[in-house]
Design a protein around this ligand. Sequence first.
Ligand code: ADP
Ligand code: MG
Length: 437
Amino acid sequence: IWDHVTKYFKEELPKTSFDTWIKDLEPVAFENDTLYLQAISALHKDHIEKHYSIQIRQVLFEYLNHDVNLIVSLKTEATPSSNHIQVNTSDNNENNGSYLLNPKYTFDNFVVGEGNKMAHAAALAVAEGPGRDYNPLFFFGGVGLGKTHLMQAIGHEVLRTNPNAKIKYVSSETFTNDFINAIRKNTTDAFHKEYRSVDMLLVDDIQFIGNKQSTQEEFFHTFNELYNNNKHIVLTSDRDASQIPELEDRLVSRFKQGLSTDITPPDLETRIAILRNKANVNGLQIPDDTLSYIAGQIDSNVRELEGALTSVQAFAVMNQEDLTPNTAAKALRNYKRNVKSNSPSIPNILDTVAQYFNLQVSDLKGKKRVRQIVVPRQIAMYLSRELTDASLPKIGQEFGGKDHTTVLHAYEKIKKDIEEKSEVERDVDSIRRLLEK
Ligand code: ADP
Ligand code: MG
């Protein structure tokens, strides 16, 4: 009978709603006219009980000709741990602080995976019924994981269903600047009106009000005014509210009184799906093995993933090559070099390479000519050339006083091996990844 229910919802609901709420719902038993369902999280359980149980019962009633009870329980399974990544690039000029929403940041363009499932579900719940549950909604997580995207998707969705809704999207810096300007120009009344008359306030990167006392004070009042009028507030931050330095306790508790949910980096499958989606959106034809290759190379965040895709595409066009994994590999070598902000040191590389091949650093610096040592030594030299700014003589020096021509020779040899021998390419890539950690 559950199939009948899902079929009904599949036809009746928008795809995102169906995928979020119904698809993962599991029927566990049907006894004494009671249907037992398991939801994947408390949020799902809550939302289904509140907003879908009537419909489910209605469908069953029509199907079975009698009323059915519904019991939704929680599927007990370990929740994925939240391992935050720390990348120190800031969101610059995103939307330029204006409250226009980026038209690309919709639910349709958002790929749901393990790391953002809860955040997505919460976002959709709020978009479906703003002012109802989960106020404020607070997303936190590392850079480039889709916080801004989800937040704006809520805005788009609310506007789609209610074009007259007044939605304001700002970064917390814009809020701060507007406030400071209002004081300077003596226009605080207009400022209050602007911020306190909206139906929904989306404040991105709220962590930046942390050390700004009067802005916090102002935001506290804005928040309360909106909250008390059942206006929804959505916030994002790079960390949990209680971790924001110098954020007043009363704000921390306000931020936590709704729903706080984190976003963690996407797994490989999700990264591939995101790339495929992105390629589609941009009208690009990219073979699956190339997409998988890129997704395997970039595992930090979605913004970098998108950047990698763009640079692979540009590389292929400029060099008139097909979009093969091999072309992607070449393009990504450049890309990663540019992206890397804190490149490893040569001692770093020596350590990592030695560990990877189960050797001693002294082996790499030494003069033994056995193959098990020579190749790792050459790889270490190659990586030193690729990943640091050190000159050839300097690298030679770090390798126990070798001639710069030895380094150059090693570099050329490994470069060629990478093209021709997949084991070398694999080793070099694995070591690179270790170095990035
Ligand atoms: P954050 O605000 O967390 O730093 P953004 O929302 O700006 O990250 O996301 C960075 C980029 O990655 C955006 O272009 C966004 O569209 C994209 N992105 C992030 N997560 C996803 C996802 N799950 N599906 C599709 N695109 C995503
Ligand atoms: Mg952002």
